[in-house]
Design a protein around this ligand. Structure first.
Ligand code: 6PG
Length: 236
């Protein structure tokens, strides 16, 4: 596990964008699972503004590590967030955007999306393998949409599962830990002081770390990097 700590969120966004631009250069087709929530907003803005004209987006296929079971026009939609902050600013072919159909019945969509991953991605030991998985981490130590109260979903046999947000009860479709840990590379994008306690516990193997799904992100490739700002890393 590598940690890259930068002064603030803007610098995390700039450094990640440079890393991403450099990484994709070495690939033909590139399959990336995006994270959701609010952290990616500035990161996607910077990526689009700084590299929108230099990255060959026709080679990049976009998926999501998790999606809220809402319509694609809903403010809660990770697809809409990505559309607003990235896709609306770059020349990416529509056929390269593989959104989770949040408007569908959750279980059926989890099965459909798992099937799509199994068809579109190379499989290693029958598990679909992303070139890169981007992850955020919640204040409770969740990642993708695997929450502490549903830890059994982390190792579910299916490659996509239906999860339930512990507070709102909102249904979500999420890839599982098996898919995350099969990725060629995994990057956490974690900023803000609200994450500092969990970052300290996970990186230091302290307190309740064994109850946090983010603790179990241990890709077989060993290529795991935490991009953080000083606020999120302030207790390390
Ligand atoms: C989601 C995410 C989730 C997110 C964390 C952090 O759909 O909400 O995929 O795992 O990455 O909750 O969210 P913030 O970036 O908003 O802090």
């Amino acid at each position: 596990m590598k940690t890259k700590i930068y002064k603030n969120k803007q610098e995390v966004a700039e450094q990640f964008s440079a890393y991403f631009s450099n990484l994709v250069k070495d690939y033909g087709t590139f399959h990336v699972a995006l994270s959701g929530g609010s952290t990616p907003k500035l990161i996607f803005d910077v990526l689009a503004d700084s590299y929108g004209d230099t990255i060959d987006w026709s080679q990049i296929h976009f998926y999501w590590g998790d999606e809220r079971c809402v319509s694609p026009t809903d403010e809660q939609s990770n697809f809409k967030m990505t559309q607003d902050h990235l896709f609306s600013k770059i020349n990416v072919p529509k056929e390269n955007i593989h959104r989770v159909l949040g408007e569908n019945q959750p279980m059926g969509e989890a099965m459909r999306y798992a099937n799509l991953l199994e068809i579109n991605l190379d499989r290693v030991a029958d598990v679909p393998q992303f070139d890169l998985v981007l992850l955020g981490m919640g204040d409770d130590g969740h990642t993708a949409s695997i929450f502490p109260h549903e830890m059994e979903l982390w190792e579910a046999n299916d490659h996509c599962v239906v999860a339930t947000h512990p507070d709102s009860g909102q249904k979500r479709v999420s890839i599982t830990g098996t898919v995350i840990n099969k990725a060629k590379e995994v990057i956490f994008l974690v900023t803000g002081d609200a994450k500092a306690e969990k970052v300290k516990e996970i990186h230091g193997k302290l307190g309740g770390y064994k109850t946090y799904p983010a603790t179990f992100v241990t890709p077989e490739s060993d290529k795991l990097t935490w991009f953080m700002d000083e606020a999120a890393a302030s207790l390390l």
